[in-house]
Design a protein around this ligand. Sequence first.
Ligand code: NAI
Length: 251
Amino acid sequence: MSRPDRFTGRVALVTGAASGIGQATAVAFAREGARVAILDRTADALQPTAEAVRAAGGEGLVLACDIARPEQVEAAIAETVATFGRLDIAFNNAGIENVAAPVAEIALADWDRILDINLRGTFVCMKHEIAQMLRQGGGVIVNTASGAGIRGVAGGASYAASKHAVIGLTKSAALDYATANIRVNAVLPGNIATPMMDRFTGGDIQKAIDLEPVGRLGRPEEIAEAVLWMSADLGAFVTGAAISVDGGWSL
Ligand code: NAI
C-alpha cells in the first residue's frame, strides 16, 4: 500500500540501486515522497532508475561509487549531504553472488571479492552514514542480508558467511546506537526475481522456484515494502531485527 506522505521531507540513500531490489526500493521511496540518492558502480547503469524515480514524482541524485572503495563511499555520502542537507534513511543493499564451489575449492580471490563488497562495503557505508546521523540527531539503516544469513548454502560458503556477518554487524550497530535515535535492521530476502537470480540459476529459474515453499519467486517490490515499513515511523520500536521476506525458504 502506498502512503504518499510517509517519507515527505526525508532523504534516503539506496545502494545497488541500478538493478533488482535496490531499484524497486529507490522507486518506492520516491513514490512516497522521499528525495533519493541512488548509488551504484556507474552513472550509466543508474539512468533507468533515475528516470523511474523522476516518473514517480521524486528527486534523485546519481552517485557512481564502488562500495569496495572506502574513499568513494565517503565522497558519495558527503555528496548526498551536500545536495540534500541530511541523510535520514540508508538502505545498504549492494551485493554480489559467489561463484559456486565447495569450501576447499573456493579461490582466495573470490572469497575476498565477496567479503570486500557484501561485508566490508556494507560496514564502510554504515560508518559514514552513522557519522552523519549522529551529527543530525538520528536516522534509520536497513541492510540487505539474505535467507543465506541464517542458513547454510551448499556451494555458497563465502556468500552465506558474508550475509551471516551482515546480520551480526546489524545487531551490534543496533546496540551501539540504541540510545542515539538510530535504528539498524536487516531484511533477509528469499529467492527474488532479479538479474542476480538470473545469473545465479543460469536462466533455469525453476531451480529457484523449487526451493520456495510458496511455489514462486518473490518480487523486488515485495522486499521494498518491508524496507519501507522498517524505515518508517511505524517501525520505530524495531531495531536489531533480521526480518525474513522469503516465502518460507529459510524455515
Ligand atoms: P542485482 O545484481 O540485480 O543488483 C545488485 C546491484 O548492486 C547491481 O546494480 C550492482 O551493480 C550493485 N553492486 C554490486 N556490487 C557493487 C559495488 N561494489 N558497489 C556498488 N554497487 C554494487 O541483485 P539483487 O538481486 O537486486 O540483490 C540485491 C541484494 O539482495 C544483494 O545484496 C543480494 O545479495 C541480496 N539478495 C538477493 C536475493 C535474490 O534472490 N535476488 C536473495 C537474498 C539476498
